[in-house]
Design a binder for this molecule. Structure first.
Ligand SMILES: NC(=O)c1ccc[n+]([C@@H]2O[C@H](COP(=O)([O-])OP(=O)(O)OC[C@H]3O[C@@H](n4cnc5c(N)ncnc54)[C@H](O)[C@@H]3O)[C@@H](O)[C@H]2O)c1
Ligand SMILES: [Fe+2]
Length: 409
């Protein structure tokens, strides 16, 4: 598949602890990292739902002091980063524990820049601007989607500029990620679906990205298969620990893949629309994914065909039953197809899967109405400069990006 592959670096320094109740071993992990004064960063919903309390008790039992910032909003911004920095500085915290979704983990990463470097985190926006190690960070995801617990990036909103700021550096990899499926039981079905489709977008975009490689492909493909097998069951029954764990691991694998291989045009569009209209990141990715894939089809067909054939080789009826639209589509189209046909089957099944997850693939369904042609062109212009687009396997002109937005509208 790769002819004359260029040398590549695969970087994944985060230690990953996986399994039910693993978050309760937090005190030993803090001690392993030689820290004594933790700052917990989380959000108010998670505190109200009681998700953080077991971890707080475990820290208290170890006689460690605790400081908490629990006001991270969805799609976090520079103001909450600043508040977290202040609490850490006032209390001389020496380790951060982020418990939450991507918004919480990204807030923790950017706050860590401000705390560790005693600087305005905004000065470190962009890629590779950090030059030394930061304070230890433990990431405990409560959604299965962003992969931020193993990624070297953070995305934070600048409310004044109505834009999303990207911070990217190997120093942003969390030291330890704890994947504890118990913490996801309360995640509602719609968010379970939206986050799962964020992870699916990571695996598909990483698979076809310009800097994809043998290792990221393995992670992308296995992540995608786990999502196809287990996301629908998890949406229907959020208390199923086995499928919660499978989708959480899938999301982390997709995170490892994209942080090394990159994403693409779907993320560029999702960042642009999300910062302008406040739509959920995973939901916005889900809307654009089939259109972005169709645009990339001619250059990504070998990878999409590989994904289709991997999926078609699974006995999906064991996971989804014979009546599922996914099982039926695979059975009806299983016979050997040429590469282009196999690639098109993959796009079709992704479309069916998103709809089975209860998500309509148009922007109107996520609340974006009244888009005029001048708005579309302006959005396409912004998306054309989003850092995610540089990994897309095919160059896209502003007009081509505008066409994708019109199709998704
Ligand atoms: N750094 C990265 O690698 C990366 C990758 C993709 C996305 N992101 C960013 O992540 C953010 C989105 O993160 P997200 O999709 O995880 O959503 P989120 O963190 O914004 O959370 C969404 C909502 O779900 C709630 N929630 C979270 N876990 C819950 C649980 N277990 N039970 C009940 N409610 C729960 C939160 O309180 C919040 O209201 C965006 O800002 C996006 O840009 C970052
Ligand atoms: Fe994403």
């Amino acid at each position: 598949m790769y002819v004359n592959m260029q040398p590549f670096l695969f970087h994944s320094p985060t230690k990953i602890l996986i399994g039910p109740d693993t978050a309760l071993s937090i005190a030993e992990i803090i001690s392993e990292l030689n820290a004594k004064t933790p700052l917990i960063i989380t959000d108010s919903n998670l505190r109200k739902a009681g998700i953080v309390e077991g971890i707080i008790s475990a820290i208290k039992q170890a006689n460690l002091p605790i400081h908490i910032f629990d006001q991270v909003p969805p799609d976090s911004d520079l103001e909450s980063v600043e508040k977290a920095v202040q609490i850490a500085k006032q209390n001389h915290c020496d380790i951060i524990i982020a418990i939450g979704g991507g918004s919480v983990i990204d807030t923790a990463k950017v706050a860590n820049i401000g705390i560790s470097l005693s600087a305005n985190a905004l000065d470190y926006e962009g890629v590779n601007t950090i030059t030394c190690k930061l304070m230890p960070l433990i990431a405990i995801p409560t959604t299965a989607g962003t992969g931020s617990e193993v990624s070297a990036v953070a995305v934070i909103k600048d409310k004044k500029q109505k834009s999303k700021l990207l911070f990217g550096s190997p120093f942003l990899f969390p030291d330890i990620a704890i994947l504890d499926p118990q913490l996801l039981i309360s995640l509602p079905p719609k968010l379970t679906a939206a986050c799962g489709l964020d992870a699916l977008t990571h695996s598909i975009e990483a698979l076809s990205a310009l800097t994809a490689n043998y290792i990221s492909d393995g992670l992308s493909l296995n992540s995608m298969l786990l999502m196809f097998k287990h996301l629908l069951t998890t949406i229907k029954d959020g208390s199923n620990i086995d499928t919660r764990l499978a989708t959480l691991v899938a999301s982390t694998m997709a995170g490892l893949a994209f942080t090394n291989a990159g994403v693409g045009i779907v993320h560029a569009l999702s960042h642009t629309i999300g910062s302008r209209y406040g739509t959920h990141h995973g939901l916005t990715n889900a809307v654009f994914l089939p259109y972005g894939m169709q645009f990339n089809l001619d250059v990504a067909k070998a990878k999409y065909a590989l994904a289709w054939r991997s999926l078609a080789a699974q006995e999906m009826e064991k996971y989804l039953g014979n009546e599922s639209a996914i099982t039926k589509y695979i059975k009806a189209n299983k016979s050997e197809a040429d590469e282009k046909e196999a690639a098109q089957h993959f796009i079709n099944i992704v479309k069916i899967f998103i709809q089975e997850c209860g998500i309509s693939i148009n922007l109107k369904s996520i609340g974006i109405t009244n888009l005029k042609d001048e708005d579309i062109l302006e959005l396409a212009n912004i998306a054309s400069t989003d850092p995610a687009i540089m990994f897309n396997p095919k160059e896209a002109s502003v007009q081509e990006i505008a066409k994708i937005i019109r199709e998704a509208y």
